[in-house]
Design a protein around this ligand. Sequence first.
Ligand code: DX5
Ligand code: ZN
Length: 215
Amino acid sequence: MTQISPSILSADFGSLKEEILKLEEGGADYIHLDVMDGIYVPNITFGPPIIKKLRDITDIPFDVHLMIDKPERYIKDFVDAGADIITVHEESTVHLHRTIEEIKSYGLKAGVALNPSTPIENIEYVLEYIDMVLIMTVNPGFGGQQFIGSMERKIKSMKQIIEDRELNILIEADGGIKLDNAREIIGYGLDIIVVGSGIFEAKDIIERTKMFKSL
Ligand code: DX5
Ligand code: ZN
């Protein structure tokens, strides 16, 4: 069954505790935390101190998506803050394999994210070392953008490669997933969907999270 990882990027940052408790009540499988540095992406969000505070609120696994330049500088900080999965962008780190190995050395799951224009081939030689591939289905940086249509082919190709090579990797998609397209997108072969504005635009966040869960 496909799992849901709600992104708090579109949540009310003044009431993060309440927002996260609603996601928990709605049955969220992960909490997706979008870390942005204003350099790798044109937006700034939050870092380890905030995540550490949020860690006290819930036991739901933290799916930490690092949209920062040279993430290898901060892996240990995110581990100490309570991350369960750390995902780095293929385009953001020169020695990707080394960064993956560092994440795993702390006992965490390691993910690699691909921007919409980045080919799957770029991670061909690290696939056997990772736990998750995050297919960006919008350009990273902001919530509320449109799903990029050609990512259908990318998700399907990724799925095929994983099956052909009998790899143990989860596929997550992030961006532009809403109630009206989620079912179709899940059908491309996803294990986890990230949903930001699709949840937080709702009046009743608990109910909306449940709706995504039931898809
Ligand atoms: C975008 C972030 C996403 C974002 C998704 O850079 O990585 O996680 O929160 O937001 P929606 O679901 O609104 O496209
Ligand atoms: Zn994200």
